[in-house]
Design a protein around this ligand. Structure first.
Ligand code: NDP
Length: 450
């Protein structure tokens, strides 16, 4: 079987969608031995079918700003694969959003969701709308207009969206409010809801906490832990904030955060009070991270993300947690991480490392946890939110946190096992791709050619 032909054909049909191509190549490169081991998947053309979304929905989102001017944005929902459960995945509101980005995120989501062991298929959506600089009223009007089209494509057993970049508690509230109004039912069709109206304990924290639980498992395979370790984090949003919180709780020292304007370096490390300031700054005042540097006399590097800053000024670290966006670490930044002492890279963001960066990690035996495994805690707790909504119950914070930890440990162990069987021992990327693929492939095989 010539596997490179599958990718060539895929590329021809998805021209210009570079991040989508990157994500697909990464998976196809890794699953070859698993396919060889399962001729029925080759016969069913599972690889050729899994790279094709079930459905792509694109729509106009028109709304009126505070000055009375009509604005128009693009809306997307890619329902990628529902072999193992209803489509599930976040919504991203960011000016960079295009169809290729949503397809890449939806594709990644298939494998991530499979790894959680919960019955969730893969999907993703979003818009090129930028919530930054908009009033609450404008964000509400946009969310309502977005949902005016999306509602007909989603439902608790069809497709359950959640948050992502630019979509936090405020946006989910407006989206859910409008959905409930027009569909006239209070079901778990969105996750990441406020706890007052059906949200789960630990959902805001889940991606960041889960990431750190996974990093701790990786370190423990080398007899190490987080205590006393110096940790660099990128981003200053939902995932970064709660990754920082968990690192601090476990005795690590977080010395960087960034946003799309600048990186702050606080060599003393963040503590509870400083983190609360960041949460208030970012989630309520919607300010810039450089204000942290002014307040706490930390270093501020303008125009560079965390990894470019480490490359430029040489900051010693033990652990890197990229929590901002795709391709934020290129091969040169990865080399700078190695040079500055990093032993572990665990991804909070989706595909934050370029193909070249992953090569550097592999060549230098860095403990490398890929996003589709390490950031699965968010969607896992979204799955738990769906379960609670269906059952009409509310689980205690400790119970959800314990379930989250067990899911992350299980993903870690499953990826390790699959890597050992089909690839190189300790290669979490190959292991996650293979284990996620095998589960979905078996479901697709069982359901016939549809
Ligand atoms: P948020 O919108 O809450 O935060 C994103 C942060 O990253 C912001 O601080 C933003 O800065 C920064 N950022 C975005 N683009 C860049 C850039 N090009 N350079 C530097 N900084 C940048 O998003 P989340 O924390 O929810 O998501 C972060 C990542 O985690 C994404 O890749 C997302 O797909 C992934 N993820 C999120 C999950 C979740 O549960 N929220 C679940 C799984 C994965 P600024 O404000 O200036 O734009």
């Amino acid at each position: 079987m010539d596997y490179s032909r599958i990718f060539e054909k895929f590329n021809e049909k998805n021209k210009g969608e570079l991040v989508f191509q990157q994500a697909v190549k990464e998976v196809l490169d890794d699953i070859e031995p698993a396919l060889e081991d399962h001729p029925r998947y080759v016969q069913d053309k599972i690889a050729e079918r899994i790279v094709q979304p079930d459905r792509v929905i694109m729509f106009r989102v028109a709304w009126v700003d505070d000055k009375g001017e009509v604005r128009v944005n693009k809306g997307y929902r890619v329902q990628f694969n529902n072999a193992i459960g209803p489509y599930k995945g976040g919504l991203r509101f960011h000016p960079s959003v295009n169809l290729g980005i949503i397809k890449f995120l939806g594709f990644e989501q298939i494998f991530k969701n499979a790894l959680t062991t919960l019955p969730m298929g893969g999907g993703k959506g979003g818009s090129d709308f930028d919530p930054k600089g908009k009033s609450d009223m404008e964000v509400m009007k946009f969310c309502h207009s977005f949902m005016r089209e999306l509602y007909r494509h989603i439902g608790p057993d069809i497709d359950v969206p959640a948050g992502d970049i630019g979509v936090g508690a405020r946006e989910i509230g407006y989206l859910f409010g409008y959905y409930k109004k027009i569909v006239n039912e209070h079901t778990g069709t969105l996750t990441g809801k406020g706890r007052e109206y059906g949200g789960s304990h630990i959902r805001p924290e889940a991606t960041g906490y889960g990431l750190v639980y996974f990093a701790r498992e990786m370190l423990s395979t080398k007899g190490l832990d987080l205590k006393g370790k110096t940790v660099a984090i990128s981003g200053a949003g939902n995932v970064a904030q709660f990754a920082a919180e968990k690192v601090i709780q476990l005795g690590g020292r977080v010395i960087t955060l960034c946003d799309s304007q600048s990186t702050v370096v606080d060599k003393e490390g963040l503590d509870r009070e400083k983190l609360e300031y960041v949460m208030d700054l970012k989630n309520k005042q919607r300010g810039r991270i450089k204000e942290y540097a002014d307040r706490y006399k930390a270093e501020c590097i303008m125009g560079k993300n965390t990894w470019e800053s480490i490359k430029e000024v040489g900051i010693k670290i033990d652990i890197a947690l990229p929590c901002a966006t795709q391709n934020e670490i290129d091969s040169e930044c990865a080399e700078a991480l190695v040079k500055n002492g990093a032993i572990c890279v665990a991804e909070g963001a989706n595909m934050p490392s370029t193909e070249g960066a992953v090569k550097v990690y592999r060549e230098n035996n860095i403990l490398y946890g890929p996003g589709k495994a390490t950031n699965a805690g968010g969607v896992a707790v979204s799955g738990l939110e769906m379960s609670q909504n269906r059952l009409g119950v509310v689980w205690a914070r400790e119970e959800v946190d314990e379930k989250l930890y067990l899911i992350m440990k299980n993903i870690h162990d499953t990826a390790l096992l699959a890597a050992k069987r089909y690839s190189n021992e300790g290669d979490y990327l190959a292991g996650a791709n293979i284990a996620g693929f095998l589960k979905v492939a078996e479901a697709m095989h069982a359901q016939g050619i549809v």
